[in-house]
Write a protein that binds this ligand. Structure first.
Ligand code: MBD
Ligand code: FE
Length: 279
């Protein structure tokens, strides 16, 4: 398949870096005392590691070369979202009562095509995979339906590639912005994604192979769910039986996020309801 042949780490990494730079670069306005405390603790964790393991000059230089390579392959968004974001999300989500969230990852793109409450995500002619109907309702923590809640959904294709980050895929393939009906209900027709493999030819892949880890994330749907007067959630949903639900390289699986699909004529169908906390 053509995407498989030309999806390089440098290309998808550069796209993810570009995406972050244009959408996300927020000024946190962190006071100097806090910058100092955080930076000091991170730097001293590095010092402790060096002392404890008696890190050599060769190892120090290998680290330097690797860090330079993370930037050159554009893989800072990938590295941070795979190995760091899950803890940021854990802290951010600590006080919410509604549906669990999990990490966003590097491949969200805002302003995907707007579809109605009964949506068919954009696919290619002959899009491969198992047809999936993903349906549900968005409610508030008090149980009341949230009319016209907005569900943004994006996911990989049946080769594990994301549109706009791997070449040769139409811009909005398997991405959409779905507006629920007046009862907060939605129906999304799509194709089941494949598990995602961290590119093996970039700096992250390098770390994974040098450490003898595996590069897999279980198959997943990404979602952002928003409604007036409520906190937006960012989440992912997984499929039962995936070999990597228990050892996701990005540590982003939670038991509440595993779907329970049923087999139907021509594919699968699953219901999952979202509960949003008040703003
Ligand atoms: C993904 O598809 C993803 O969801 C995350 C979190 C990291 C890398 C690739
Ligand atoms: Fe993903």
């Amino acid at each position: 398949d053509s995407a498989t042949e030309v999806a390089t780490a440098a290309a998808s990494g550069a796209n993810a870096t570009e995406r972050f730079t244009s959408d996300k670069q927020a000024a946190a306005n962190t006071p100097p005392e806090r910058v100092s405390a955080l930076a000091r603790q991170v730097i001293s964790a590095v010092h402790d590691t060096i002392r404890e393991h008696k890190v050599t000059y060769d190892e120090y230089n290998a680290l330097k070369a690797w860090l330079i390579n993370v930037g050159q392959t554009g893989e800072w968004p990938l590295f941070l979202d795979v190995w760091v974001e899950h803890v940021v999300e854990e802290v951010a989500g600590e006080t919410r009562e509604g549906s669990k969230g999990t990490i966003e990852g590097p491949y969200y793109v805002p302003n995907a095509p707007e579809l109605g409450s009964a949506a068919i995500l954009p696919t290619r002619d002959g899009e491969q995979g198992t047809p999936l109907l993903f349906q549900g309702q968005v409610t508030s923590v008090d149980g009341s339906p949230l009319p016209h809640a907005v569900i943004e959904i994006w996911h990989a294709d049946s080769d594990g590639f994301y549109s706009q980050f791997a070449p040769g895929i139409p811009e909005w393939n398997l991405r959409g912005t779905v507006t629920a009906d007046d009862q907060g209900q939605f129906w999304i027709h799509t194709m089941k994604p494949a598990p995602y493999q961290i590119p093996t030819d970039g700096a992250c892949g390098n770390l994974i192979s040098a450490a003898g880890w595996h590069p897999w994330r279980p198959a997943h749907l990404h979602l952002k769910v928003a409604a007036a007067g409520h906190q937006q959630i960012t989440t992912q949903l997984y499929f039962p039986g995936d070999a990597h639900n228990d050892d996701d390289v990005a540590n982003a699986v939670k038991p509440e996020l595993i779907l329970d699909p049923r087999e139907v004529d021509g594919g699968q169908e699953v219901t999952y309801n979202f509960v949003l906390d008040k703003a």
